[in-house]
Design a protein around this ligand. Structure first.
Ligand SMILES: [Zn+2]
Length: 167
């Protein structure tokens, strides 16, 4: 048995999301931001029932037990997918945390459209007080770091430059 074609292509889209080590390119800036809704493959105005359906559908899709040809899949990739899907569901099923997340997404999109990016850094290389070239520091909260699916923008506390952090 092999992994059906559609799952294979879905997974390869996902692996890009988590394991992209490509150099940071301008093109990255213009593509659509990936979100927890993207992970559940579900519109942002979905009802709770729709989110739940999407969650179970995605879990079935990515769960190693459900994929016959699991040896062909990178095991850590499969684990990451399950973790990401579960995390998306846990965040979005709670109306309060979903509201906060939606708000954060709106802010991020606004920044994305007008921000001047001063620095770019990968999450794993992030300093807790990431310095800005103006001599100030970027304001990065741990709670926000947790919401990054592929990248996010953070303001400098002292000037108009932004820091772009890649997951
Ligand atoms: Zn600054």
């Amino acid at each position: 048995m092999t992994i059906p074609c559609e799952i294979r292509s879905w997974l390869s889209g996902f692996s890009h999301l988590f394991f992209s080590l490509k150099p940071l390119q301008c093109a990255v800036r213009t593509r659509h931001m990936k979100t927890y809704y993207t992970i559940l493959d579900c519109p942002e105005d979905a009802s709770l029932a729709e989110l739940k359906r999407a969650y179970f559908a995605q879990i079935r899709r990515v769960h190693p037990d459900k994929i016959d040809d699991v040896e062909q899949l990178d095991e850590s990739l499969a684990d990451n997918l399950v973790t990401a899907v579960s995390k998306a569901w846990n965040l979005l099923k709670d109306p309060e945390s979903r509201k906060k997340y939606d708000c954060w997404l709106r802010e991020q999109r606004l920044k994305e459209s007008r921000a001047v990016i001063g620095e770019e850094v990968k999450l794993c290389e992030l300093d807790i007080d990431e310095p800005c070239r103006c001599g100030g520091y970027f304001e990065v909260s741990e709670a926000e770091l947790d919401q990054i699916v592929d990248s996010a923008l953070f303001d400098c506390a002292h000037c108009s430059l932004c820091l772009k952090i890649y997951a």
